[in-house]
Write a protein that binds this ligand. Structure first.
Ligand code: ZN
Length: 62
């Protein structure tokens, strides 16, 4: 069963989107995911700043 994730504070940095979501266990998590078809890049972080840094420094291979 896939956990339903409610994303908030979604921002776009180039091709990458950064969002914050509640992990269902009392913590906020942060994700950076590339929206370019065929890239498939995505990461998860405990810190929003880390997710934003990852998004900023992503070099798209697609
Ligand atoms: Zn990419």
């Amino acid at each position: 069963m896939a956990a339903y994730r409610r994303f908030r504070n979604v921002v776009r940095m180039g091709p990458v989107k950064v969002a914050t979501y509640y992990d269902g266990r009392g913590r906020d998590k942060h994700t950076a995911a590339c929206a370019t078809p065929g890239c498939g890049f995505s990461t998860e972080h405990d810190d929003r700043s880390a997710a934003e840094l990852t998004a900023r420094t992503h070099r798209c291979k697609a």
